[in-house]
Ligand binder design. Sequence first.
Ligand code: NAD
Length: 422
Amino acid sequence: MCAVSQEELNVYKSAEARFEYAAQKMSLEDGVYRYLKYPSKEITVYLPVAMDDGRLEVFIGYRVLHSSVRGPGKGGIRFAPDVSIDEVRALAAWMTWKCAVVNIPFGGAKGGVICDPSKLSKTELERITRRYTGELSDWFGPERDVPAPDIGTNDQTMAWVMDTYSMHVRQATTAVVTGKPLELGGSLGRKEATGRGVMMCCDNALAKLKMKKDGCRVIIQGFGNVGSQAAILMHKAGYKIIGLADIHGGLYNDKGFDVPKVIDWVYTQGKKLHDFPGGGDKQSSKDVLFHPTDILIPAATENQITTENASRVDCKILCEGANGPVTSHADPIIENKGIFVIPDILGNAGGVTVSYFEWVQDRQGFFWRESEVNERLQDVMDQSFDQVVRYAESHGVNNRIAAYIMAIDRVARALKLRGIYA
Ligand code: NAD
């Protein structure tokens, strides 16, 4: 087996490789290429935080604004031990392309703090969040840059961001973040939105490939916000979930899991996914990816499918719930297998779409029924899926490159109309 190079695992390089390929395919003008290749601005913040035991720690945080050409920056805040500036840069660029693919009026941004939330108390997490937000209070804003949850952060984190920002600007400003609790201007349907968007893409792919939903086998890696919501919604819709995994391990059961029971086990009883007693063979989080299945949904983290293991992927549809789960080096291996790929910038765009709905509702002070949110999400996902797949077919490129080209073209057109301020 070949070892995977550091170059392959650098997500910024992966994002750049796809951008470069798409730019060349669409003959993107040189100046526009240079403009969109780099982030607009980035910042590193050093966060002094008093720990519960009285120690003073300093955490390192980042925020990158890739583009505000089509609207305010939009992108999550990640709390994880392996956060790096390159990762945040890649995620920020992907947000620009994702917002453009689903045609919502945001640019792209992302942030992160190097920390391990599993080893921190709630009060320590609150102090990290508040200091991070305080350092960035001039940077954030409903018209400037609007954060949301990502790995290691949740609706409580967003409530702290909203409160800290509001204290700085001296007025309650709910639209500064999305993914908030409902009591603070959150949107119905936001918690489920990314998983729901994943399911909508899979529904569309099944229709396209003339496959049946009932009993269609699905493997999902990642059992956090995206993975667990995709699992429960798809289970209810008639899909058969045969593989599940989180960071601690995986489970495989070819008869299909009773997903509500797994959710209860993990989320109500607080037990480990791989100890679930209702059937399933224990295995590593990676191995679960390689069973034969109709649909594979990596919904955990980056770089799960690489040149080292891509040949073992055995599915008809690969829908990326996570950002960057397949390295750019592994793209050709997956493509040569004839797998129908729903790229991250489309597959997981349901989250940012409902974040946009949340931002709209906050600014209007008028809130929608859940059915309205879901119907509007369905419209956006169906239309975006259709546009990407049609572009791919008519231009002889794969779905990922079609999505990049559509996105880059939308941003480039907006940039041309705005012109360059100098
Ligand atoms: P989360 O923190 O809620 O859950 C992450 C899940 O992945 C957990 O179950 C964790 O145990 C598992 N995991 C982490 N590392 C793993 C590994 N190496 N192997 C197997 N499992 C692993 O995060 P989330 O919000 O569900 O985000 C998951 C992915 O989806 C990320 O790539 C994120 O950027 C992307 N995403 C999230 C949203 C959103 O709305 N939350 C929107 C778009 C994209």
